[in-house]
Every structure is written in C-alpha cells, then in structure tokens.
Design a protein around this ligand. Sequence first.
Ligand code: PLP
Length: 393
Amino acid sequence: MLNENAYALGANRSCIRDLFEYGRRRAAVVGEENVYDYSLGNPSIPSPREVDDAIRAVLADTDSLLIHGYTSAVGDYDTRKAICGDLNLRYGAHTRPEEFFIGCGAAPELVAVFRALAVPQGEVLAIAPYFPEYQPFAQEAGLTFRVVPPDVPSFQIDLDKLGAMLTCHTQAVILNSPNNPSGVVYTRQTLTHLARLLTDKSREFGHPIYIVSDEPYRELAYGVEVPFVPEIYPNTVVCYSYSKSLSLPGERIGYVYVPRAAADSQALYAAIAGAARGAGHVCAPSLWQKVIARCAHLRPDLASYDRNRTELYLGLTAMGYEMAKPDGAFYLFIKAPGGDAQEFSQRAKEKDLLVVPGDGFGCPGYFRICYCVSYDTIRRSLPVFRELMEQYR
Ligand code: PLP
C-alpha cells in the first residue's frame, strides 16, 4: 500500500514540466532555435563572477573537513551574520543572526513554515495568481488551502475579497512579490492596507495571522521599490532563496527569517526548525553556506532580463495582448485572446511556441510566459504571437 496523496503528486507531472519535456523532444526534431520555449523559470543569466570567485576562495582557505562537514542544524553563524548585515544595510532593519534559519531554497522552507503553522482546522490563503506548488506544500503540511480571487486587471490584492475569506482558522496569508506568474510587484500602499487588515483581524480572532512572504524574486525588480515586508507587518516570516537572485537553483540554498518582533517569535522559530527537522531538511549544503557568507551582498545584473521584458511587453501590447505591467521577476501573465487559455496554449504549441495556461495559477483565461530565454528567441517568436492574435480577429 502507498500513500495516495504522495502517489498522486508523483504520478501526475505538472503541466509546466510536460510542456518543457515536449519542447526538448520538438527541439530534437525541428532544431533548438525553432522552438520558442517560454515554459520554465530557469534563470538565463549566469551567476555573478564573484560567486565563482567565492567558491575558489572557500576551497583555498577553508579546511576541507569544514567545507564538506555538517554545519549547525540552523546554518553557519557566519552565513546568518552576513545575511543580516546585508538586510540591515539595505533596509535600515535590525535583524540578528539568531532570527535566521538557513534552508535548502524556498520550497523546503515554505514546507517547514506551513508545517509549523499547521494546527487542527488551520487554513492558509494564497492570492491568485499564485505559484502552483503552494497547494501541495500546504495540504501535505495539513493546512486547508484557500484561494483569494485575483484583483483583475492590476493583479495587486483585492482586500475586500481577502478580508471576507479570513476566519478564526486563518493561520497565514502567502505573499509572493515580485510575483510568479504575473510579474507584478505589490506596492507599499497595497502592503500597508493589507497589514492594517491583518492587524485588525488578528485582534478580532485573538491570534496572529502571519504573512508568509515567499521572496525568490526579491532582487528581480525593474526600477520599482520592493518593500521589505517585515518592516510593514512584523508578523511576517520571510522565505528567501538564491535560486533566481544569484542564478543558483540547482544548489538549493536560501533562508527563513523570523523577526523577533513577530508574535511568539521564539516558539515560531523553534517550530520551523522542528518542522524542518521532522522533514529531514536541516544542515543546508555546507559549501554553499560558506559561499553565501561571502556573497550575501551581491545583486544580479538584470540588463538582459530587462531587455527581454521591454521587447515583449511593448511588442505584445502593440499587437493587442493585454497584461498587467510586469515590474519584476521574469514572467508576463497575459489575457488569452478568445478567453480560453488552454485553447490558446494548444494553438501556440502547434507553432512550437510554448506558453503555460493560467489554470494552475488560479487564473483561467490567462497564460504565462517566462522570458528568461535568449533575446533572439524573443525577436523570432514575435511574428508567431502576431499570427496567433490574427486567428482571433
Ligand atoms: N516560490 C516561487 C514563487 C517560485 O517561483 C519558486 C520556483 O520557481 C519557488 C518558490 C521555489 O524556489 P526554490 O528553487 O528556492 O525552491
């Protein structure tokens, strides 16, 4: 006998993965350059040179047993100190190393936080459009997963709808800004109103409603402010990852930040560390902890993403495609001409243009494109987008 939920998750591949695998197969037939694959969010800018330099420096000046040994379960002190130093400098924050737990990227960090918050009847709210993996993460942790309808067309947060969904069982609201899949950055005004609402509701229900701020795209913003959420709402747990900011998705490194100003912060931190332990996810990769200790201050060079974004946004809107302004991450979330994103995605696939229907993101009728591809792919795919639009006129 097997666990049914685990089996279902493993046996049913995600639609994004299916499209990506299809693209690989097509590329073998028609040539790499003739497949316009916008399916998968794999960074296309190399890690900053300083990351490679840091690897060499760690290898040169650190005892090999230390490089490859177990670290403290919550992570090396020096790594946590470097991260908090960087945050304090950038945001005028007052973080301390004790408030950080080094994790293996945002995915297991989110799982640990959800497990820590999973009480009987506990609920977590995600705001559409949202990263599809939140649902299995929350449900496997034992939380009821509920979706706040999207705030169309801006894809900020519809606070009336969110407010109506808060109950005495709400343990947390998941935020993801810059957002996958919309590319939208929540404004300071949106976050301030959300904070006010959650403060009032926490008081009404007699327990804190936390924000779980999932931030793999924090550094990927194009000329707009990405506010530091704990500064606006102290009951925030940050799940950060270097997967996108330093183009290190295969290395599995990030952190959880639990501000000491958060309600029950010490117990919350202990519960997150305990949940990670229960999931067997402690001691993030030691070499990478030591690299991050030297690289916490680095930011990506966004020039090529920005060029792709601008070319696509201007090109597609001129053709009549509609989307919210993509100020961050590397995604555009576009209204499907004709209204049926599944159908649009299928028609696009027939032209070797791979785009992901928005159903899995909680937004049917939209499709996502992930523009971490070459500029050449962007230029050559634009006529295909035009042909598709013409089919709907
Ligand atoms: N959260 C969001 C919104 C993402 O887009 C991703 C990955 O694409 C993750 C979390 C998981 O990131 P990580 O590689 O850090 O586990």
